[in-house]
Ligand binder design. Structure first.
Ligand code: FAD
Length: 455
């Protein structure tokens, strides 16, 4: 009997062994090499939190593979064919990448492999339903979330697959997992498949039941905190969706909807890759933003969490402290940058991508464009988040603000959201408000009106 050819399993955003159809496909083809390529084009520009997360996730994967992860550094179009040649591989297996750069990279690798007569086999994707699959009856992409979500649920997804039972791995020399960058005090939770599943199980037991009510409360552990685990594919959304089906109810429905937003934004970017850097709605996108030294100073105050608006400052400091921000607060701080400080959303999106541990081009872009009014399902342009009422509604006792803004720790209860009203004046060290929210809002509305009337 002919010996089966070796296969290469090229891991990318799927750093797990369970529920990994591409891995099963690789191992069913023959003994496999577990490969990860550190691509300088992606590693270089990524912020320290994402590089640190990736490095930890790779260490966890390597441990799960008993040290057999083969890490190589370089351009995948050179490295992957070189590894295939070294191992006399018959196929290279991946989960399809639908990102803007990932598609281009994979086309280059596929082309280079063709020269060796080795196919690049795509099995599965990082999404429940792959981008480009869900279309309207007319065969068009959806531009609005709710009908997309109905069609997405009708499309459905296959049940999770088991981890391979007796995998046969081929060992090759490895350059080793890249070192973690300096994090300047930022605290990241544990990365990797085991940590992702442990977090999910713990939160499913303690948090999921209340999700419908508590998901908007940044002061509570009200959301799953799985976004970075999902981003690196340490857990697949399909695993979560299968589990949710066993816990029916309003909260499970709500959580399923959030996972659908992730697929939706990937679908939007797949159909309109130019929106990675440009507004989807060009009319609203033509709004006047401030530039120059005053805008730079306003941006710096926002980025440092020194705007004088406590919920905004807490959010921006949470970003730097843990590389993650609660969804409600992401909307508040994004609205503040765009509609109170009149700074281009793209600048804010880049700052988020740099500091977020879950920084994901599609979800980040979708979130920012929603807030700026330039995306799908855009928040109506006249919706300007009021940082005081938002703070009082969603952080009623001020716990969240006090956790991240030490200057305000001496202020009790919800009064922390309006420190300028305190009888003793602003607590020492806490800044004055950089703008008057009412005036800034009126100015934003004037500018949005200009885009409507073309004035
Ligand atoms: P949960 O509430 O537990 O939700 C479960 C999962 O559903 C999340 O992990 C995430 O994968 C997905 N999800 C939830 N809400 C959204 C959403 N609105 N859009 C897309 N997917 C969603 N999410 C990222 O993963 N990466 C980003 O870079 C990112 N940038 C954002 C920027 C802005 C301005 C806004 C408003 C939102 C952004 N989001 C981003 C979406 C959302 O804020 C995060 O996914 C969520 O806060 C992650 O926390 P969680 O895992 O506890 O979420």
């Amino acid at each position: 009997m002919a010996t089966p050819a070796t296969a290469v399993m090229w891991f990318r955003r799927d750093l797990r062994l369970r529920d990994n159809p591409a891995l099963r496909a690789a191992l069913s083809a023959g003994p496999a090499i577990a490969l990860f390529v550190v691509d300088p084009a992606l590693w270089g520009p990524a912020g320290a939190p994402r590089r640190a997360w990736l490095s930890r996730s790779l260490r966890a994967l390597d441990a799960a593979l008993d040290g057999r992860l083969v890490v190589r550094h370089g351009d995948p179009a050179e490295v992957v064919p070189a590894v295939a040649r070294e191992a006399a591989a018959g196929s290279v297996h991946v989960a399809a990448d639908f990102g803007v750069l990932g598609r281009r990279r994979d086309a280059g690798v596929e082309e280079a492999l063709r020269g060796l007569d080795v196919p690049l086999v795509r099995t599965g994707s990082p999404y429940a339903v792959a981008p480009g699959t869900v279309l309207t009856k007319q065969g068009e992409p959806f531009r609005v979330f709710t009908p997309f979500s109905r069609a997405w649920a009708r499309e459905g997804w296959p049940p999770p697959v088991h981890a391979p039972r007796a995998p046969r791995w081929v060992e090759l020399p490895s350059d080793g997992v890249p070192a973690e960058p300096e994090l300047d005090g930022m605290q990241l939770p544990e990365a990797g498949e085991e940590a992702a599943l442990a977090r999910w199980r713990r939160w499913r037991e303690r948090g999921l039941g209340a999700y419908a009510d508590s998901r908007n409360r940044p002061d509570l552990d009200g959301t799953s905190s799985l976004s970075a685990h999902l981003k690196y594919g340490e857990v697949h959304p399909r695993t979560l969706l299968a589990d949710l089906a066993k816990h029916p109810g309003e909260s499970a429905d709500r959580f399923r909807t959030e996972l659908c937003w992730r697929d939706f934004y990937a679908d939007v970017l797949w159909h309109a890759p130019h929106t990675a850097r440009a507004p989807l709605n060009q009319q609203v996108g033509a709004i006047r933003y401030d530039t120059g030294p005053a805008a730079d100073a306003a941006f710096a105050a926002w980025a440092q969490g020194r705007t004088g608006y406590p919920i905004v400052d807490a959010g921006m400091r949470q970003l730097r402290a843990v590389g993650w921000v609660h969804n409600r607060v992401r909307m508040i701080v994004a609205s503040f940058l765009v509609k109170d400080l009149h700074v281009d959303w793209l600048r804010g999106a880049r700052h988020f991508m740099h500091w977020l541990r879950d920084g994901d081009l599609a979800s980040n872009n979708g979130g920012w464009q929603w807030v700026a009014g330039t995306g799908t399902d855009a928040a109506p342009y006249f919706r300007v988040f009021n940082p005081v009422t938002q703070g009082k509604s969603f952080d009623p006792d001020g716990e969240y603000v006090r956790r991240y803004v030490p200057e305000l720790r001496g202020v009790a209860g919800g009064a922390v959201h309006e420190p300028w009203l305190l009888p003793g004046g602003l607590p020492a060290g806490y800044p004055e408000r950089v703008v008057d929210h009412g005036e800034a809002r009126a100015e934003a509305l004037r500018r949005y009106e200009e885009t409507r009337t073309g004035a």
